[in-house]
Design a protein around this ligand. Structure first.
Ligand code: ADP
Ligand code: MG
Length: 339
């Protein structure tokens, strides 16, 4: 069994300055959080002070939302044995939002998938391929519509366990945008695993340039220009293992309990809110191209970049002018998805 681990995210954001101009110096920092490295690039005098606040905020959120931390709200919920538990306000607010997104995606996102994710070893790194009977039994516990949330009071059916891993980093990005703006930072970019979120534009008023990773490990596939947006990618390459020549990854199709094989290798969502981008990047990866297009047409409120197994890149029309293929990928077929 080979571990491919978590892809390293280096230099996601291309901080290219307009020619000849000397850019303002940002305050940069990085720290470990939520199983990944967080990179901050903050412009303005408040940068350094804000960076300490960011770290505190992220650690507080992780303390509420971690599935493994014994003091977290999620841990309490997952060990409640069918009894009601009281959640902190922020956990309840995120869960409420996440449940709505599970509904909007027809269950492609399902926050009660945790027993299945654990069986595959994605929470512990002890990877294995569960048998059919085991998966069937675990799937009986998976159904977000049976989560009873009333204000801060949560009751889960016995045996059900929640995993907010598909939405927690996006929610965190939104919280940080708010915190940074309040702290007096006018321009910032925050990277958390496959999530990038921008506050405002670059200090010179031009858009941020965010690189989108190539799912085949060949560097960057494209570059996006954004202002005040979250850019969130889910890919099969981010956390996976190989066994007997098959690759298994951490995004599970709730219909089968197995890694989602929809023909997509990566989905990038561009949205105003990180939590929406995060939820939809996971859900669209499960849905595949057709389902993704349908959700974009019917729900709207986001744009996306879909990368397919055959190397095709499809981009919704709202990104037509802000996305371009990059490097080795410039010759790949690029399709525009229109309304
Ligand atoms: P990452 O956390 O690597 O950025 P995602 O946002 O796509 O990737 O979230 C994947 C995580 O969400 C998995 O590690 C797992 O904990 C959980 N998960 C996997 N499949 C689903 C699903 N269909 N619905 C909800 N959560 C999922
Ligand atoms: Mg996600």
């Amino acid at each position: 069994m080979k571990r491919t681990g978590i892809a390293l995210l280096l230099a996601w954001v291309l901080l290219l300055s307009a020619c000849g101009e000397k850019p303002a110096e940002p305050f940069r920092s990085e720290f470990l959080a939520m199983d990944t490295v967080m990179y901050l690039t903050l412009y303005g005098e408040a940068g350094e002070r804000a960076s300490a606040l960011v770290q505190e905020r992220v650690e507080a959120l992780e303390g509420l939302l971690s599935v493994t931390d014994e003091g977290s709200d999620l841990y309490a919920a997952n060990h409640s044995g069918g009894q009601p538990v009281t959640l902190h306000g922020e956990t309840a607010a995120l869960l409420e939002r996440a449940l709505a997104l599970c509904d909007e995606t027809g269950g492609a996102l399902d926050v009660s998938i945790y027993p299945v994710v654990r069986a595959w070893g994605f929470t512990t790194g002890k990877y294995r391929v569960p048998g059919e009977a085991e998966l069937e039994a675990l799937l009986e516990k998976v159904d977000y519509s049976r989560v009873a949330l009333d204000g801060g009071a949560l009751t889960l059916p016995e045996g059900m366990e929640l995993d907010l891993g598909a939405v927690a980093k996006g929610w965190t990005g939104d919280a940080l945008m708010e915190l940074l703006a309040e702290a007096g930072v006018s321009s910032a970019i925050v990277e958390l695993g496959g999530n990038v979120q921008a506050l405002g534009a670059r200090p010179d008023g031009t858009p941020w340039r965010v690189a989108v990773q190539a799912p085949d490990g060949s560097g960057y596939a494209g570059v996006l220009e954004i202002v005040d947006r979250a850019v969130i990618t889910s890919g099969g390459y981010q956390r996976c293992f190989e066994q007997d020549g098959e690759t298994y990854w951490h995004i599970i199709d709730p219909a089968t309990g197995r890694p989602a094989r929809s023909g997509l290798t990566s989905v990038t969502i561009v949205a105003e809110e990180g939590v929406v981008g995060d939820a939809l990047s996971t859900a669209l990866f499960v849905l595949g191209r057709e389902g993704a297009e349908q959700l974009w047409r019917e729900r709207g409120g986001f744009e996306c970049i879909l990368m397919e197994e055959d190397g095709t890149v499809a981009v919704t029309q709202g990104l037509e002018d802000s996305f371009s293929l990059y490097g080795d990928w410039v010759d790949h077929p690029l399709e525009i998805i229109r309304k």
